[in-house]
Design a binder for this molecule. Structure first.
Ligand SMILES: C[S@@+](CC[C@H](N)C(=O)[O-])C[C@H]1O[C@@H](n2cnc3c(N)ncnc32)[C@H](O)[C@@H]1O
Length: 182
């Protein structure tokens, strides 16, 4: 799928994508810089989209680590399956709500999310954030990009510590929220 068709798919599904463009390289780089991926064994991405964040994670992760990418849009999944034909990267065409079914009891080092929580039903948001917190290993982090600072109060309900950073180098300018339990 061409870049313009990917954008059309994103734009045509605004109620589930919550974005008019994909994340910029600068935003992805800021997001990934919050994690020590060289020591991570199991990494989750929620809301893979065109694979822009996926690529940023793959560039930094250890070749022995495993990355599971959740994405509900089957067209985006097909694009990512073609782009990331790697043994340790699994593209999962399912909602992030079902994360636990894919873990076989394992704990996760980092969860990267670009899910549009401000548009999602409260019960889905609650399920995803609760499962995310429960699935993280000690010292692990849930790292979210979002366009509104107000979402910090949502993440504070599930994580003890939320550190916020910001970049203008994205359209729209975006926040990265690094959420941890300490
Ligand atoms: C804001 S877009 C981000 C796309 C890309 N990761 C980026 O940063 O440009 C959010 C993505 O989350 C996906 N999504 C929405 N709800 C989801 C859910 N419950 N589980 C998994 N993916 C979901 C959408 O289809 C969309 O691709």
């Amino acid at each position: 799928m061409s870049k313009s068709n990917l954008l059309l798919e994103l734009y045509s599904n605004l109620s589930t994508t919550g974005a008019v463009t994909f994340s910029s390289k600068a935003l992805v780089s800021k997001m990934v810089s919050h994690a020590d991926l060289s020591h991570a064994k199991l990494i989750i991405e929620m809301g893979g989209g065109d694979g822009s964040i996926t690529q940023g994670i793959i560039d930094k992760m250890n070749p022995d680590a495993e990355l599971l990418v959740f994405e509900i849009n089957s067209s985006f999944c097909k694009v990512m399956e073609d782009q990331f034909d790697l043994k340790n990267v699994k593209i999962i065409n399912d909602s992030a709500e079902n994360l636990e079914q894919y873990l076989d009891g394992r704990k996760v080092d980092y969860i990267f999310s670009s899910l549009p929580f401000s548009l999602m039903p409260k019960n889905s948001t609650d399920a995803i954030l609760r499962i995310s917190n429960h699935s993280l290993s000690k010292g692990g982090a849930f790292i979210q990009i979002c366009y509104s600072y107000l979402l910090k109060s949502l993440f504070k309900k599930y994580f003890n510590k939320v550190e916020v950073s910001f970049t203008m180098k994205n359209f729209p300018p975006a926040f990265v929220m690094m959420c941890k339990d300490e």
